[in-house]
Design a binder for this molecule. Structure first.
Ligand SMILES: [Zn+2]
Length: 234
C-alpha cells in the first residue's frame, strides 16, 4: 500500500497537528500556559478503552481465520499509548485475551456477566468516556471502511461524528460511511456516559484485513481516533 500509506501518513500528520492545536497541547510560545490552563479539564475525563469481546468470546472470525478479539486488543493497546501521549487519562477494560466475567456456567451466561461488568465499569467511572473498539464483518467481501456508532448519552453523537470525520479524511478517503445510533448493542444502550463504538474496518475484506493486521495501520488508527477523542470537549 506504498502511495496510499504515504498519503495516509501525511493526512494523519495534518490531522494530529489540528487535533493537538484544538486540544491546546501545541501552541508555540503559549504551549506551557495552554497545557497548565487545560490540565484540569483533561483530568476530569477518563477515556475508558474497551477492546471488544475476549476470552471464549472471540467476536467475528476474519477471512484468514483470525479472531476479532485479537485485533480489538492490539488496536486498543495502541490507542491507550496514543491517549497517554496526548495527555488523556485512560482506563482499560482488558489488557489480555480474557473476558471480564466473574460468574456463569455456560458461554452465554459468562457473556452476559461480562457485558454487565463492562457496563458497571463504565457507569461507575467518574468523568468516563467510553471508546469501544471492534471490527466489522459482512457476508460479502467488497465492503470496507471504518464506521462509528454512538450511545444515548449527551455528547455521544458529537464525539462519534468527530471520530468518523477524522477517519474518513485520513485513512478512508472517499468513504461515505456515516455515524449511526448503536441500537441493540447492550454495552452502548446501557452506558450512561458519553460512548462511541468504532468498527475499525471489515475483517471480511481481505485487503482491509491486511491493513488491520499491519502495525503501521494500527498505529495510524490509534493516532486518528486518539487525537479526535482528546480534541473533543466531551
Ligand atoms: Zn465486535
Amino acid at each position: 500500500m506504498g502511495k496510499l500509506l504515504v498519503a495516509a501518513r501525511l493526512a494523519l500528520c495534518a490531522c494530529l497537528i489540528l487535533g493537538l492545536l484544538a486540544a491546546g497541547i501545541w501552541g508555540g510560545e503559549q504551549a506551557v500556559s495552554a497545557i497548565s490552563d487545560r490540565v484540569p479539564i483533561k483530568r476530569a475525563r477518563t477515556i475508558i478503552v474497551d477492546a471488544g469481546h475476549g476470552g471464549e468470546d472471540g467476536g467475528a472470525t476474519s477471512c484468514t481465520g483470525r479472531l476479532e478479539s485479537g485485533y480489538n486488543l492490539e488496536i486498543a493497546l495502541r490507542l491507550e499509548d496514543m491517549l497517554h501521549f496526548l495527555g488523556c487519562k485512560t482506563l482499560m477494560v482488558r489488557r489480555t485475551d480474557t473476558a471480564i466475567y466473574k460468574k456463569g456456567e455456560t458461554i452465554a451466561q459468562k457473556k452476559v456477566d461480562d457485558l454487565k461488568n463492562r457496563v458497571r465499569l463504565v457507569n461507575e467511572t467518574e468523568g468516563g468516556v467510553l471508546v469501544s473498539i471492534h471490527q466489522n464483518y459482512f457476508s460479502q467481501s467488497q465492503y470496507s471502511g471504518a464506521q462509528v456508532f454512538y450511545g444515548a448519552a449527551d455528547g455521544s453523537k458529537l464525539l462519534a461524528d468527530a471520530v468518523q470525520a477524522a477517519l474518513v479524511s485520513t485513512l478512508n478517503p472517499g468513504s461515505h460511511r456515516k455515524t449511526k445510533a448503536a441500537r441493540g448493542i447492550y454495552l452502548m444502550e446501557k452506558s450512561r456516559k458519553q460512548a462511541i463504538l468504532v468498527e475499525c474496518g471489515f475483517l471480511s475484506n481481505p485487503e482491509e484485513e491486511r491493513h488491520l493486521a499491519s502495525p503501521d495501520y494500527q498505529k495510524a488508527l490509534a493516532a486518528v481516533i486518539g487525537a479526535a477523542v482528546c480534541a473533543n470537549p466531551g
